[in-house]
Design a protein around this ligand. Structure first.
Ligand code: TNX
Length: 523
């Protein structure tokens, strides 16, 4: 294994352009001005870091970590504004994540309106050092002026510990890598047929052997927040619910009373739409989840509800249809979600759902457009994304882009990719394909104003441990990071390929298992 890694590192090193200080910038900043000015030379014992607001103290620690890791230098803290490294909150700047990073003979300045913005400036500095050979060998940092802000506010990856549990420390390791590429959201798919992974104090029977206590999650949330990553919890309803139905079989439909509810088996069981107990327990669950996760969002799933096999056959559901004058059981999704979404809103949160469209998932699923306006949707069914894009714009729903053909990280990366990782015989999604992702789908700017951002989804049926998780995420997760951050005019496949090498090398050095995309290595 070690020899293998060494050979890979060697292969990658050959491709490092020696002097281009932008050679490891990923995602590519939106504005870079290279300068012929003299470089900044670190003065051991004198160079120090100053910050002008208490909330930047942690950013200063990150900066110290960066200089220690890349240059083996300890930078002390200074109380003087004249220190040669300065981290500044500058309220005159615009945009929450907009930063300016300036390096000149006098020193380094990183400024922004928030701590997050300054953090991104420090992450860019880290990558400048990764690409700048003189910086590490001679302690000289080339002059540069970077004025950068993300294309999208929502830059997410999704993990699915419901399918295969991932210990908290593994999720922290995953977060460490995300943060360096300016991702700011981690969605956790916490419940599914294979398991209920979050402790609910009022209903302790929900969890099995592997789960997160609320205390562990609070610690994880804090860990992520220090890296400017928000964790969005997802509780998938009304399908994907075998785990809760196994714990509380009375929440199911009448015809399922005698069916086995084996956790782990994806069968077409669903919560009953006409059962008060379903609403009561979810009201409790959502209340605890809302109190635990500071995120403004709670994701309630809503995908792949197999209504025909469930609600159509359910006496209680039939009664409800009759009462409401509905022709099709799928119409029950409307009153079902009206109540569930209101629980989310009563707790001051914004609901998110997977975007389902009529007539695509047999049997026709009618809960759909118009969705209530305050619901954010996630587009996920590959070919149907343009329709979802158009309908959300028409109806005013904010949209997050996670189209299968670009952003599903559980799809194989090449033909023959470790077959045991391939979920359902999914189509190959190469790195180049992921890179071609334009979250705006090329529609005119005014038609994409409702797009909030991008999510790479790592569905977990075949992801048995963290090494598999990172192997499937990287390098495609780097392509998606750039899709989320960088404007189309500053992106390019050839440039991305060059910037990829030092980053792959760096990830490997950090012990991240990943796929080396041999097919794009120029020989
Ligand atoms: C569809 S994407 C699902 C997941 C599966 C995934 C496998 C979505 C909203 N639902 O439950 O894990 O396909 O790729």
């Amino acid at each position: 294994m070690r020899t293998f890694i060494c050979i890979c590192l060697l292969l990658l090193t050959v491709h490092l352009p020696a002097q281009d200080i932008t050679s490891a910038l990923l995602p590519m900043p939106n504005q870079i001005t290279l300068s012929k000015e003299k470089p900044f030379v670190i003065r051991p014992g004198k160079t120090a870091v100053y910050w002008n607001r208490p909330e930047l103290e942690l950013m200063a620690c990150s900066l110290q970590d960066v200089l220690r890791d890349r240059m083996q230098i300890e930078i002390p803290v200074s109380e003087s504004e004249r220190a040669d490294i300065r981290l500044l909150i500058d309220s005159a700047m615009e945009g929450k994540e907009h930063y300016v990073l300036e390096i000149n003979a006098k020193g380094i300045t990183v400024k922004g309106t928030t701590a997050a913005a300054v953090y991104y400036g420090v992450m860019t500095l880290d990558q400048l050092l990764l690409g700048d050979v003189c910086a590490t060998s001679q302690k000289k940092l080339s002059s540069v002026y970077i004025d950068d802000a993300p294309r999208f506010a929502h830059r997410a990856l999704m993990l699915d510990p419901a399918r295969h549990f991932l210990p908290v420390d593994d999720i922290k390791f995953y977060i460490d890598q995300m943060a360096r590429y300016k991702y700011n959201i981690l969605q956790l798919h916490l419940t599914d047929d294979q398991g209920w992974r979050v402790e609910i104090q009022k209903h302790p029977k929900l969890v099995g052997k592997d789960y997160y206590t609320q205390e562990q999650l609070a610690d994880l949330i804090k860990y992520a927040a220090r890296r400017h990553i928000e964790i969005i919890p997802e509780l998938d309803i009304p399908g994907h619910t075998v785990a809760i139905l196994a714990a509380y079989p009375e929440l199911g439909c009448t015809h399922t009373d005698t069916l086995p509810k084996n956790v782990g088996e994806t069968v077409d069981l669903m919560l009953c739409a006409n059962n008060e107990k379903v609403y009561t327990i979810y009201q409790d669950i959502i209340k605890e989840i809302a109190a635990l996760f500071p995120s403004r969002y709670i994701h309630l799933g809503g995908d792949e509800a197999v209504i025909e096999k469930n609600w159509t056959k359910c006496e209680r559901c039939q009664a409800m249809m009759k009462e409401l004058g509905y022709q099709k059981a799928s119409q029950l999704m409307i009153p079902f979600f009206d109540r569930m979404l209101s629980f989310v809103q009563d707790n001051g949160k914004t609901p998110i759902l997977w975007c389902e469209l009529d007539n695509i998932y047999p049997p026709a699923n009618d809960y759909l457009f118009p969705y209530p306006k305050n619901v954010t949707l996630v587009s996920w069914r590959g070919g149907l994304t343009p329709t979802c894009l158009e309908l959300t714009r028409k109806h005013g729903n904010p949209l997050i882009m996670a189209p299968g053909e670009y952003a599903y990280l559980d799809y194989p990366q090449f033909k023959g990719d470790l077959p045991e990782f391939n979920n359902w015989g999914m189509p190959v999604t190469t790195l180049q394909k992921s890179y071609q992702f334009d979250p705006g789908y090329g529609v005119p700017a005014q038609e994409q104003a409702h797009i909030q951002g991008v999510m790479g989804t790592l569905w977990g049926e075949a992801i048995r441990d963290i090494n598999r998780a990172t192997y499937m995420t990287y390098p495609r997760g780097l392509a998606l990071a750039e899709a989320a951050w960088t404007q189309m005019e500053h992106r390019g496949w050839e440039s991305f390929k060059r910037r990829l090498y030092p980053n792959l090398m760096d990830l490997m050095k950090k012990g991240v298992s990943l796929r080396v995309p041999f097919e794009i290595v120029d020989r």
